[in-house]
Design a protein around this ligand. Structure first.
Ligand SMILES: Nc1ncnc2c1ncn2[C@@H]1O[C@H](COP(=O)(O)OP(=O)(O)O)[C@@H](O)[C@H]1O
Ligand SMILES: [Mg+2]
Length: 398
């Protein structure tokens, strides 16, 4: 499943490969389900898949309607809506931070007073993604503004963001990882553990990923146990999953799960480090064919994201890497003259590049050296004063 905007960006070659298309409205999932089901039956469609987190629930329902491999439709919402996710985790015994849905200021105050939440705590939208609208709240006085920020997040298909509510969650200290997994007929294979670099402070934006990370065996076993519990809890039976966890001396806590491939170039990292084509695997799983999930390479890969230290207009960029040996992928997203923001969500990242190699430490070091070479110049945009404050800055993320 794709969107009209994504389709518009397809090149002529890709458009030429498509056997057909249907236009429907993802903001009306019931109607979309009926329309796509009818289309798929007419065309004899044999598989349904999506790489779009917001469409995973619809995809599960379509798979069930069409009788093709997919996830449990009655639980698919729990891999999207973080309130349902928290309930599913509790029911399945998955270790996860205590989570309280709040719909009013009174409920917010009650949640903050709950000893299972405490301070700092995390305020987040129920069905957001990409760190949008997430605030780590250390001072009770900041909680109401944080809840407003979470409420403002609106998903791509209308009001499935903040309108559906806000959550207050216990804060988990520790190191953040994600696990990329594929499940076929209920059997799960983990492809890699990825270590995340995340900004500190009130907003948490992912600024780097490195994989594969090798954890001490007991820690790895604990991580995989919780990830598998999260996969079962959310009814993932046939498909990819991306599970985010935080590991500390107290063990492993699951922060969230998505019934999709990892974003943020994780697929590119896996392809280059381990030789696994996650997109081909996704298609195989959707078609009910055995997926090729064994690594054919034993390398390492890291991605680094460039962020702006403050809001303003991007006036110059120097030192951004080009593709070449050991740098298979680069992407810059903002034109010179464009507005940039200090990162409040993943969407504010300006660009990214991937570094690969055969030595884990060397890959990490080279990625950081290349990031330090990136220089951006951001001119403050005057608000009411009419003044422009230029600032030359290193683009390195904290
Ligand atoms: N309970 C928590 N404890 C500590 N950090 C958290 C917690 N919840 C979220 N975060 C931080 O915020 C980031 C985004 O939160 P997450 O729940 O993953 O939302 P999203 O769906 O937007 O990615 C996480 O990657 C993590 O750094
Ligand atoms: Mg996340």
């Amino acid at each position: 499943m794709t969107t009209a905007a994504a389709y518009a960006d397809y090149g002529p070659k890709l458009k030429g490969l498509l056997a057909g298309r249907i236009v429907t409205d993802f903001a009306r999932p019931d109607r979309a389900l009926d329309e796509i089901t009818a289309f798929a039956r007419r065309r004899g469609v044999g598989a349904v898949l999506t790489v779009n987190e917001y469409l995973t629930e619809l995809a599960a329902h379509l798979c069930a309607e069409l009788g093709v491999p997919g996830n449990a439709p009655d639980r698919a919402g729990a891999a999207r809506d973080k309130a349902a996710m928290a309930k599913a985790f509790t029911a399945a015994g998955t270790r996860a931070p205590h989570t309280v849905p709040v719909r009013s200021d009174a409920e917010l105050r009650a949640a903050l007073a709950d000893p299972r939440v405490g301070f700092p705590c995390v305020v987040k939208p129920r069905s957001g993604a990409g760190s949008a609208g997430i605030t780590v709240v250390s001072d009770p006085a900041d909680a109401s503004a944080a809840a407003d920020g979470a409420r403002e997040v609106v998903g791509p298909y209308g009001s499935d963001g903040g309108d559906s509510g806000v959550l207050v969650q216990a804060y988990v200290a520790g190191t953040e990882y994600s696990v990329e997994s594929f499940t076929q007929n209920g059997d799960t294979t983990h492809l890699a553990v990825t270590r995340k670099q995340v900004t500190g402070g009130a907003q948490r934006v992912e600024t780097g990923h490195t994989l594969p990370v090798s954890l001490p065996p007991t820690v790895e076993a604990a991580v995989y146990r919780e990830v598998e519990a999260a996969i079962r809890a959310t009814g993932i039976r046939h498909g990819a999953s991306h599970t985010e966890v935080i590991v500390s001396g107290d063990g492993c806590m699951v922060i969230e799960i998505g019934a999709r491939l990892g974003a943020g170039q994780i697929g590119v990292l896996i392809q280059h480090a381990l030789g696994i084509d996650m997109w081909a695997a996704l298609l195989d799983v959707a078609l009910g064919r055995p997926a090729a999930l064994a690594p054919s390479a034993r390398g390492y890969a890291a991605v680094r994201f460039v962020t702006s230290p403050h809001t303003g207009r991007l006036t110059s960029l120097y030192g951004f890497p080009r593709t070449g040996p050991g740098v298979p992928f680069v992407r810059w997203r903002v034109a010179i003259g464009g507005l940039v923001r200090e990162p409040g969500a993943n969407v504010h990242r300006l660009g990214s590049f991937v570094v690969t190699g055969l030595d884990a430490g060397e890959v990490e070091e080279r990625a950081d050296v290349l990031l330090r070479r990136v220089r951006i110049h951001v001119e403050a945009v005057p608000e009411n004063t009419g003044q422009v404050r230029p600032a030359s800055t290193s683009a390195i993320a904290p």
